[in-house]
Design a protein around this ligand. Sequence first.
Ligand SMILES: Nc1ncnc2c1ncn2[C@@H]1O[C@H](COP(=O)(O)OP(=O)(O)OP(=O)(O)O)[C@@H](O)[C@H]1O
Ligand SMILES: [Mg+2]
Length: 470
Amino acid sequence: MESLHCGIDFGTTNTSAALCDGKTVRVLPLDPANDLPSSLPSLLYLTRDQEPIVGRRAADTFIERNVDREVVLELVDLGVDIEAYVASEPDKSESYRPSARDHDMREAVRAHALQEVNSPGRLFQSLKTLLRHREFTTTEVFGSLYQIEELVSLVLKPVKAAVDAAAGGDVSRAVFGRPVRFSLDDGEDRLAEERLRTAAHIAGFREVVFFYEPVGACVEYAVAVPEERRLMVVDIGGGTCDVCVMQFGASGGTAERLAGSRILGVAGVPVAGDAIDREIIRGKMFPRFGKNARYGPSRLPMPQYLYNNILDWQNLYKLNTEEIIHWLIAAEADCDHPEGLRALRHLIQHNLGYPVAREVEAAKKRLSAAEETSISLHHGVIQIEERLERQEFAHIIEEQLEAMTESLTAAESAAGVRPEDLDLVLTTGGTSLIPAVRALLEDRYGAGRLHRRDTFTSVASGLAIVSRHL
Ligand SMILES: Nc1ncnc2c1ncn2[C@@H]1O[C@H](COP(=O)(O)OP(=O)(O)OP(=O)(O)O)[C@@H](O)[C@H]1O
Ligand SMILES: [Mg+2]
């Protein structure tokens, strides 16, 4: 029996794995709790006693244990000057920062360095995006230090177990996908790949070879359809938009066709579904939480950092201090949008940042099938039904669509082709389902040349084929 060859697509949002025996490719079930068992949500929840929970259960456990829980914060003198600069000072504008001369504030800052004493666990999302951040080396989770590589390996370990179980033995070699650009900075890009390699080693893949993710999707199609083709793949997922142009010949079997294929050009940007979710939160949710309110006798704007913590929901609980809550109550009593500030206070006190992010993402997905939807959040004084129509959505994400267009142009020019030179444009990745993204592609390449491949597994399938023919 021929041995099995493995392809792994560790995604920002979803991870998938496939095995190829030379004849067929099998996408593996990785998460029975997920709607799509072939996709493992790339989520990690670490409990207080360091138990890792991965995939759909990580999200469910976080919601169950963290939302609505009473947060108990403990005063610890860390000597850090973050998060407390507005404390008990309702009349500071958002540009205010405590200075060395500000003795009262400095004391307040030191006294309010807080740690949570009763947190049951921590949720990590979009770990792949963290790989490129030099400053993110380790994080402390309940007294233990974790390196970013270790956190990623905790997501990959159940994938390795599933691969081994399906293969009936230890599969030590795998072809891993990587985005065309983890980062636009070369140093960060190399760092991210090295970290992913280390994470894969820790998970038990002793030999790791990297291929660009869109190359995987291109190979998957070319092997299924043995014709002479100049193909473009556009893979837009949670973290990155990746484009590649490849040339395949018609003659021979899979091995000959792969050997004769050429990558003509690639391009990519770290802009995709996560960036889009953030734009929706900024555009549609911030105003509902009083972002545009003016408070106090001089009608000052609201401090920006409160809202950044909604985007950075993992740290939202840090705002739940007596000082900030009292400040919000004071501001609420003298402002032009008290319901917004009340909703903001409720959001903070009940740690609802993650449910907001989830509902925004769900609404975005609904808009791929419906002309309009409503972002629906109902919890205590938060009673939000925010209508979102496709046209407005497309307007909100103009900058992201622009970045995607630039990477199409960059891939065409790297390959030395014009749009009309391409035989087919294959699309994959969850964000490629957004109608505004499809419209952009249709305008450029014509609807007739667009062809959708499996949204969540085509990359892993192609990488398994590459692994077989390396
Ligand atoms: N029906 C849909 N409409 C719009 N967006 C969607 C849809 N389904 C999924 N998405 C979005 O697609 C993204 C996930 O896609 P995918 O699983 O392809 O990404 P990934 O492979 O994990 O990420 P990356 O390749 O960037 O590392 C998420 O941002 C998700 O919200
Ligand atoms: Mg992907």
